[in-house]
Write a protein that binds this ligand. Structure first.
Ligand code: ADP
Ligand code: ZN
Ligand code: MG
Length: 489
């Protein structure tokens, strides 16, 4: 019996505003607990919310980047529930008239092998039900050691921080599709500046709804909601765990209970948090303290015009304009600062292929080791471009350039300064190279004889020996030419 996995995702992304969504308090992370609060976000009686225009702009950027339609009118609604981190007793969210809806998105996705390597990349279309605006709640904090000096308090710095909630239709058919979708959304939000979308900092949170059904069935199975997914990888694992649990249950004649479960990333399993019976009844009603949010066509057009070229368009352009392979171009658009870095390097070096290769191999390795993004690279794109120009002009060899780049990275100096310091100029002088070739030929008479009797593959051996004798300085192209001439003389 084969089973089909069904997944729908809900993402909460913090919008990158300076101030909160309904008051002027700062959204800064890491300040003294409760430093960024006022009567409005503390929920004091009589305090009134005023909508932050910037939150609406960033919500619009997010919606457009994900292919949603922005509604001309949306309504804020009270979602009523009691929890200590929610001083008003309700959250201002949106319900039946959301900010934006009906998104169609195409992502690239691939299943992974046992080691986690992608198999075949393919496009996948999915529907985003809605993206709405809401405020975040505060945080219950527990500090100190249990049984020693344990204490708890509520930090309301986060209360009122603007969020975009993004809900999909149940369109994913595997945990890796869900994984690739969340990464797609993260990059899109970062790309257009709507959100930092960093799961570690908690400014992107994700919940997964999971069910299974027998292949061929039309009706969906009972779903379970998964929470506490602190990374995209945990989300993927939690879904896999849950799918296996459902199948085992159903095959042994049991039934899945509709419930919310938490992922335990130490035990690598999910556990019940609450069942549907205990589920909330939020008693939504329109927020009386806020008028309907009206968004004009001009507003949407202005936002659209201010958007950067999106990753998919940029990828296509990289393939056609610079003749890059799909996989090279995909890697370069994995992050906007990396894509910018690449194009700036091409501007200085006029060699797109070399720029792509140097960035993908040497630069990314150094950046990763230093934990930096391309935008933070101590070697700027103009400097990498200059290095490529020096290789292309035959000043230094590619091999030397690798060491030069590492030194540039460490010292922050330019390529020319390092080449001078280390006396690294490439030897292109045929007289010097001929002398080295003579030495190598004299030291390897057997190989010379073999070459001359037809074993031409030995050329690689000779080139290697000559370059070694030059301490890596000889220009390989000239070595090759001179060797062939001398060996066949
Ligand atoms: P609820 O009323 O429990 O909030 P919704 O219909 O609003 O359920 O859906 C919430 C999320 O669950 C959406 O992302 C949706 O795509 C997903 N979902 C709904 N039904 C299923 C199902 N049977 N299996 C997996 N996901 C589902
Ligand atoms: Zn406030
Ligand atoms: Mg719902």
């Amino acid at each position: 019996m084969t089973w089909e996995t069904i997944i729908g995702l809900e993402i909460h992304a913090q919008l990158s505003t300076e101030s909160k969504i309904f008051c002027g308090c700062a959204t800064r992370f890491g300040d003294e607990p409760n430093a960024n609060t006022c009567p409005t976000c503390l929920g004091l009686p009589g305090a009134l919310p005023v909508l932050n225009r910037r939150a609406v702009e960033l919500g619009a950027r997010a919606a457009l980047a994900l292919g949603l339609r922005i509604n001309h009118q949306s309504i804020f609604a009270r979602k009523n529930y009691f929890y200590p981190d929610l001083p008003k007793g309700y959250q201002i969210s949106q319900f039946d008239q959301p900010f934006s809806a009906d998104g169609e998105l195409e992502i690239m996705t691939a299943e992974r092998d046992a080691a986690g390597h992608p198999l075949e990349w393919r496009p996948k279309k999915l529907r985003i039900t809605r993206l709405h605006l809401e405020e975040d709640a505060g945080k219950n904090v527990h500090e100190g050691l249990p049984d020693v000096d344990r204490y708890s308090y509520i930090d309301l710095n986060r209360a009122g921080v603007p969020l975009a909630e993004i809900v999909t239709e149940p369109d994913f058919r595997s945990s890796w599709e869900a994984y690739d979708y969340v990464n797609h959304v993260r990059r899109a939000l970062q790309w257009v500046g709507a959100s930092e979308a960093d799961m570690e900092k908690g400014n992107l949170r994700c919940e997964a709804n999971v069910s299974v059904r027998r292949v061929g069935d039309e009706k969906f199975g009972t779903k379970v909601e998964l929470k506490n997914l602190n990374s995209v990888r945990f989300m993927q694992r939690a879904v896999e765990f849950e799918v296996a649990r459902h199948i085992k249950l159903l095959e042994s004649g049991g039934r899945v209970t509709q419930e919310t479960r938490l992922w335990d990333d130490r035990a690598l399993e999910t556990r019940v948090m609450r069942s549907k019976e205990e589920a909330h009844d939020y008693r939504y009603f329109p927020e009386p303290d806020l008028p309907p949010l009206m968004v004009t066509k001009e507003f949407v057009e202005n936002v659209r015009e201010s958007m950067p070229e999106l990753p998919d368009q940029r990828l296509k352009r990289f393939v056609t304009e610079y003749n890059l392979s799909f996989s090279d171009a995909s890697q370069l658009v994995s992050d906007r600062s990396l894509a910018d870095y690449f194009e700036d390097t091409v501007k200085t070096s006029a060699n797109a292929r070399a720029a792509a290769n140097w960035i993908r191999s040497e630069l990314l390795r150094e950046l990763e080791a230093a934990g930096l993004s391309a935008g933070e690279s101590p070697v700027g794109p103009d400097r990498l471009g200059e290095l490529i120009t020096l290789i292309d002009a035959g000043k230094i060899s590619g091999k030397q350039a690798k060491d030069v780049l590492v030194a540039m990275f460490k010292t922050g100096k330019g390529a020319l300064a390092i080449i001078e310091e280390q006396g690294l100029v490439q030897v292109s002088d045929t007289g010097e190279i001929d002398a080295l070739i003579d030495e190598v030929m004299a030291a390897n008479p057997d190989q010379v004889a073999s070459y001359r009797s037809g074993k031409e593959a030995l050329i690689g051996f000779f080139v290697g020996q000559v370059i070694k004798a030059s301490h890596g300085k000889a220009n390989p192209k000239i070595v090759n030419e001179r060797l062939r001439a001398k060996l066949s003389a």
